[in-house]
Write a protein that binds this ligand. Structure first.
Ligand code: MF3
Ligand code: CO
Length: 237
């Protein structure tokens, strides 16, 4: 799974540089398609349950599953970009939330806390632990900063399918859940709101937005559990 995950990391790194005021998420989609093809990989989301794009692009109060569109991004926006590929029978999946130009302190604090919460979860992805040790660590960090964890969407196992068991919630009771074993690969993906945790899905059937209109962020890594600790497969080395 190292190859698909490295491709995901490289494409996200390339997109990061394109996220500037004035760019549209459809332009990011085009860049992602070209890069995926160059790596001889297949976009994982396009065609998944009828989803029509390679990227999910979710600005500001959009939580996840936003579709690329022709609206230019503005200075001060934050944009979550979620991307996955299939390569040689295995999947990789990751997401980042990026600043568009200069963002305010409130937005930056949300991004920082959400990314930190992902690493708090990853730290618990250790053999001998339990699944909800991960969930609890994410929740604890998020709530300690005064934010809320989205309940309606969760992380997941990943491998020969994009979504495998177990589901990986971003909230839970430490010490519970399945035993963590070497060889498991999990997509850990906290979605964090400035306001309440409720989300609603727009009429397109995909776009999840915060119910109260508050800002939201999303970070995701694909992580392998090994006897030597968690290995972040979608990290650029
Ligand atoms: N990273 C998200 C997930 O793991 C993105 C899925 S988008 C979909 O669920 F279109 F493929 F559903
Ligand atoms: Co995922």
């Amino acid at each position: 799974m190292k190859t698909p995950c490295r491709i995901v990391a490289e494409v996200l790194q390339q997109l990061r540089e394109l996220v500037v005021p004035g760019v549209t998420t459809l332009e990011l989609e085009s860049a992602a398609l070209v890069a995926t093809k160059k790596h001889k990989a297949i976009p994982a989301f396009k065609g998944y349950a009828g989803y029509p794009y390679a990227l999910c692009c979710s600005p500001n109060n959009w939580v996840i599953h936003g579709m690329p569109n022709a609206t230019p991004l503005k200075e001060g926006d934050v944009l979550s970009v979620d991307f996955g590929v299939l390569y040689d029978e295995f999947y990789g999946d990751a997401a980042v939330t990026l600043p568009v130009g200069k963002i305010n302190d409130k937005a930056q604090a949300l991004l920082t806390a959400t990314e930190e919460s992902l690493y708090c979860g990853i730290d618990q992805a250790v053999v001998g632990g339990r699944l909800y040790d991960i969930s609890h660590a994410v929740q604890r960090h998020v709530e300690s900063r005064g934010y809320s964890v989205v309940r309606d969407y969760v992380g997941h196992g990943i491998g020969k399918r994009l979504h495998e068991d177990p589901q990986v919630p971003n909230y839970g009771i430490a010490g519970r859940g399945v035993a963590l074993k070497a060889g498991m690969v999990l997509a850990i993906e906290p979605m964090v709101n400035c306001g309440g945790y409720d989300v609603k899905v727009l009429e397109d059937g995909w776009t999840a937005v915060t119910a109260d209109g508050s800002l939201s962020a999303h970070f995701e890594h694909t992580v392998a559990l090994t006897d030597h600790g968690p290995e972040i497969l979608t990290r650029l080395v």
